[in-house]
Ligand binder design. Sequence first.
Ligand code: FMN
Ligand code: SF4
Length: 433
Amino acid sequence: MEQILFKNMASPGYTPKISSYIAMGGYEALQKVFSEKITSDQLIEMVKKSGLRGRGGAGFPTGTKWSFIPKNPALTKYLCINADEGEPGTFKDRQLMEKDPHQMLEGIVISAYAIGAHTAYIYVRGELDLAMKTIEEAIEEARKKGFVGKNILSSGFDLEVYVHPGAGAYICGEETALLESLEGKRGKPRFKPPFPANFGLYGKPTVVNNVETLSNIPYIVNRGGEWFASIGVGKSTGTRLFSLSGHVKKPGNYEVPLGTTFRQLIFDLGGGIINGKKLKAIIPGGASASFFTEEHLDVKLDFEEVAKAGSMLGSGAVTVMDEETCMVWAALNLMHFFSHESCGKCTPCREGAPWLYKIMHRIEHGEGKMEDLDLLVSLCGNIAGKTVCAFGEAEVAPILGTLKYFRQEYEYHIREKSCPINHSERLATIGFP
Ligand SMILES: Cc1cc2nc3c(=O)[nH]c(=O)nc-3n(C[C@H](O)[C@H](O)[C@H](O)COP(=O)(O)O)c2cc1C
Ligand code: SF4
């Protein structure tokens, strides 16, 4: 299983310094772009051919996204790098930024050239101090070598790269909220259309791409779109980083070709469930993704296959829960997060999230009624698809997923006024947000 993005950092003695990156062949792709006079159209074609899809959540084809940017050279354009990584359970971009910042930076310079942007902003979650410091140092090292700044490698192409800290609000990871936040406003999503490709940062054409997405670009340039497309399965090409957490023996970030199964990831790489317990549930793609169970272990980590099975690959976080996890508690825990993080722009989400949380809270605490289950479903139906951003679909996913597979646990809580799994110490930990 060839590693692409984790290959450098797995090499003994590798550091985030530019000398380490160059010793591993770093910045050769950037030099190739300028020495072989590869045009921006050719780069976009190459990325289209690779089949690379966004690693931030939605899985939109990267080359196609770039091709929406108007070609007019007189227009100011921006590249914004989404390094906000706020999805609970997701911690892969952090590792890329802290351990191999030049890989991302080389991807940024090539991508900015491809779309004709002369300014790039890396929007980093504010808590990630080390990542920000490491990237700032990387930018200065790259500037000294002529890879960033004016007249990069004597090509006539200029690019300034800035790091912008966010304040740790989950919604600022949503691309239009990120743009609002960069402009100095409250991070609330914009209505779409217009899409950022036409009306983005300061109203100018803008591409927003995830850290992992852009880190793949140097390898696609070096080895070709066909090579990248030959890894993976169907329309899910390349490798992907999965943040494995929860009740597994070996949690951590794993790079695997798309098409690997959940069983291989959780049992072969993650070592299986801790304390010899049985697997009960999996969140397959971050807190916004609906739950899977043991019956989904042979589903492939493939955008289409996971969607067909009723969930999504999302941000690449795979959270594993053992047989002693109360599913009502797990859904309540996630609702606590969503209820706290709603930005409040639209009524169904602003009012609906705390209401869902309130109902979940009373069920978990033995004060629910059977009618609450229908109320939950009806409320979820009045939120999903009726909001400005995809947060609306995200917040109903844990409830609908647990109701689908673990309805009997909800019924037990209501009927018996207690939990089928004794976890009284956990009950005390979730109050009202
Ligand atoms: C509520 C919400 C939070 C999001 N958080 C992130 C995030 O932290 N990082 C990220 O890359 N994308 C996040 N996204 C997805 C972005 O809106 C966008 O699709 C992505 O950054 C595009 O980059 P890509 O095409 O490279 O995936 C989020 C979306 C939503 C709805
Ligand atoms: S769905 Fe929620 S988070 Fe998204 S804009 Fe509406 S209120 Fe804000």
